[in-house]
Write a protein that binds this ligand. Structure first.
Ligand code: RB5
Length: 148
């Protein structure tokens, strides 16, 4: 599985911690930036990762900002992106089972590396259930088309 990770300055430290954790597990997270704690704009970070995802350069993405909120809002404006802020284990599992989320989001200033890794492991271990959930996902894409 090809996984990309990106953050703004508020998520930089958590991004580095997650990369190190998964590297030790033999899983490479491709880092699309930012590469320091210098201030930068989360919409541009979200745009970079989501466009790579839509071009099928990656299977899944991880986005991190200070709270996880701004970068979620940005990513979810892109049609075909379903970004979920994983705030506990149930949310992490259901984000995959029901929402077929393709981007996992964390808050670098609101979550610990231990929480982020626990929730991302749960997310990876779950599978989309399809059925009525596929219909709802199709409705999401139609909504985006009608309103744009
Ligand atoms: C940056 O200071 C902060 O606003 C950003 O990381 C994020 O939390 C926005 O939602």
């Amino acid at each position: 599985m090809r996984i990309a990770i990106a953050s703004d300055h508020g998520g930089f430290e958590l991004k580095e911690a997650m990369k190190n954790h998964y590297k030790n597990q033999g899983i490479n997270l491709t880092d699309l930036g930012t590469h320091s704690t210098e201030s930068c704009d989360y919409p541009l970070i979200a745009e970079k990762l989501t466009s790579a995802l839509l071009k099928k350069e990656f299977d899944l993405g991880i986005l991190i900002c200070g709270t996880g909120i701004g970068i979620s809002i940005a990513a979810n404006r892109v049609k075909g992106i379903r970004a979920a802020l994983l705030y506990n284990r149930d949310a992490a599992r259901l984000a995959r089972e029901h929402n077929n989320a393709n981007v996992a989001v964390f808050g670098g200033r609101t979550q610990t590396p231990e929480q982020a890794v626990e929730y991302f492991d749960t997310f990876l271990g779950a599978s989309f259930e399809g059925g009525r959930h596929q219909r709802r996902i199709d409705e999401l894409d139609n909504l985006a088309e009608e309103k744009c």
